[in-house]
Design a protein around this ligand. Structure first.
Ligand code: F6P
Length: 347
């Protein structure tokens, strides 16, 4: 009899803890900021579902830090993130906020979080997003976790950022098509890819398309050696040539470079700027899975390990986290061996 009563009570307790919300569930806010990156939606899905799995609530902030300042928050549930894993962009929308750089902007953002009963924030974005999160969390009692999302893959502290793999695949698909025309017409193409001040996107793409030359911001361009390499290829019977150029600060350098090459080579030289074509599109399986893993990891760091001011990442395939302050001001450096390999394999 005694045993039966005990069993009954245990059963009742278990069902209570599963069905009934905790008295004071923790509430996490999440936002996407800076340039959108394919895989952000997969990551948001993982954050919302993992948080709910761990009995927390999630507020989605629309339009990045600007939305946080304006109070654009929506409650997210399991269904809010259904059927988005395969979509590019970010369903929460994004912005590059000037107002969040001001103390007044950040104070208003904090007031909104306080009003919603939120004490922690997950941010998806690049270095500007992380810097904002770090400053914010030092000024106000909000715990922050950053998730690296940028097609530039320039963040220190992770081998891979969400969006990079898809952007490389998009660029490769476009350049394979340009190669058809280059070979058919015997042309030289200078193809400009994104990446801001780092050459990861350019380098990874160049190796994958078998480019004749790659120009990255990390290594000064030697125009003479570029021209003699292209000329030597033509002399050996190469039909077309592809030069991949990383955009640097100002897009459009491909036009100038193609003009400089045209002066020295008796071939038709054209420029193609891939631009924002590389940012959107359905994420690759690598970005979907990275987004899912990093999203769930961020939630666990917040809810179970009570961590603060960390950026999640991957190193050699393993999930990691690193202090945001260690990431700021540093760059994920390009692999110079890959640069040499592009050169070696394009003879
Ligand atoms: O950081 C991602 C990125 O796509 C860079 O490669 C590029 O320089 C920049 O964003 C372009 O930003 P925007 O879309 O704001 O012009």
């Amino acid at each position: 009899m005694h045993q039966r009563m005990y069993r009954k009570r245990t059963h009742k307790n278990v069902s209570k803890s599963i069905d009934r919300p905790l008295h004071n569930p923790q509430k996490i806010a999440v936002l996407t900021s800076g340039g959108d990156a394919p895989g952000m939606n997969a990551c948001l899905r993982a954050i919302v579902r993992s948080a709910i799995f761990h009995k927390a609530e999630v507020m989605g902030i629309q339009n990045g830090y600007d939305g946080l300042i304006r109070g654009d928050g929506i409650e997210l549930n399991l269904r809010s993130v259904g059927n988005i894993i395969q979509r590019g962009g970010t369903f929460l929308r994004s912005s590059r906020s000037k107002n969040f750089r001001t103390k007044e902007g950040r104070r208003r953002a904090y007031e909104n979080l306080k009003k919603w009963g939120v004490d922690s924030l997950i941010t998806l974005g690049g270095d500007g997003t992380l810097t904002g999160a770090e400053i914010f969390s030092r000024e106000f009692p909000i715990r922050v976790i950053g998730i690296p999302c940028t097609i530039d893959n320039d963040l220190f502290g992770t081998d891979l950022a969400i969006g990079f793999d898809t952007a490389v695949n998009t660029a490769v698909e476009c350049i394979d098509k340009i190669r058809d025309t280059a070979d058919s017409h015997g042309r030289v193409f200078v193809v400009e890819v994104m990446g801001r001040n780092t050459g990861h996107l350019a380098l990874e793409t160049a190796l994958a398309v078998g480019a004749e030359f790659v120009v990255v911001p990390e290594v000064p361009l030697k125009l003479k050696s570029l021209i003699s390499k292209i000329q030597a290829g033509i002399d050996r019977g190469k039909a077309g040539s592809i030069i991949i150029l990383a955009e640097r600060d100002r897009p459009g350098e491909a036009i100038k470079l193609s003009e400089s090459i045209r002066k020295s080579i008796k071939r038709d030289v054209r420029a193609a700027i891939l631009g924002h074509l590389q940012r959107g599109g359905s994420p690759s399986s690598i970005d979907r899975n990275l987004g899912s893993r990093l999203g769930a990891h961020a939630v666990e760091l917040l809810l179970l390990k009570k961590k603060n001011r960390r950026m999640v990442g991957v190193e050699c395939g393993h999930l990691t986290d690193v202090g945001i302050s260690e990431v700021m001001g540093k760059r994920h450096s390009v692999d110079i061996a890959k640069l040499k390999l592009v050169d070696q394999l394009s003879i």
